[in-house]
Design a protein around this ligand. Sequence first.
Ligand code: ADP
Length: 261
Amino acid sequence: MTQQDIPYYAAAGNEVSLFEQAWKNHLPLLIKGPTGVGKTRFVAHMAARLGLPLHTVACHDDLTAADLIGRHLIGDNGTTYWSDGPLTRAVRQGGICYLDEIVEARKDTTVVIHPLADHRRTLPIDRTGEVLHAPDNFMLVVSYNPGYQNFMKSMKPSTRQRFVALSFDFPAAEREEAILRSETGCDEMTARRLVSIGRSLRNLKDVDLEEVPSTRLLVYAAVLIKNGMDPVVACRSAMIESLSDDREITETLMEVVLATF
Ligand code: ADP
């Protein structure tokens, strides 16, 4: 694999070597942090770097154990056949299995990963009686956003304690500017201004926002500006309108934009 095939990822600290160590030592990894700060990109980067296939599952509150493991289906000729779910496929084929936003999945669903996440490294498939042993190159990675967490949706300690954990946060200014420039090709001044707006919005004390702007939203604004859109319009559409539906709040946020562009 050439350098160009590896998705760009600007590291914050020692997360690359920690991931490599976890992979080498057969330890599963938990990545926590707010949305849009590079968790998914980091996993894609590491999979490419290690030359491993990546199997991603976006977890949601309807996700059942059968959705992950597989189920019997009825074929055209009326006979039943077994169809692997994405987790089973990942264990058979090897590589990295990434369960994105794992706390969204139902609690009984996450329990199916327990034998896979500890020293057993097995996946029992009750419906077929099979017990799969994860190959040497298999690694389980899960992520979640503690910001969304409430009592019902926190991770069970018995699940959490099976993982080595990494915490992601919003990037430092210089790193975030580098990300915007590399992701969009925008100029230095645009990157600097957008990052400054992002940081001001993240630090606003009197505005009640469910989520503050992520690096992803700054990237969107940078793309629009790079393609010729007026910066104020770009910031409103790419950042401000996605943060709140309350007009009073969006206008307060726009003041930060207008003070910068
Ligand atoms: P998450 O999985 O944390 O919700 P993503 O990995 O999807 O977030 O990141 C959203 C976008 O932000 C990416 O597509 C990328 O453009 C950009 N990004 C965020 N952090 C980084 C980083 N450290 N290196 C490169 N790109 C990043």
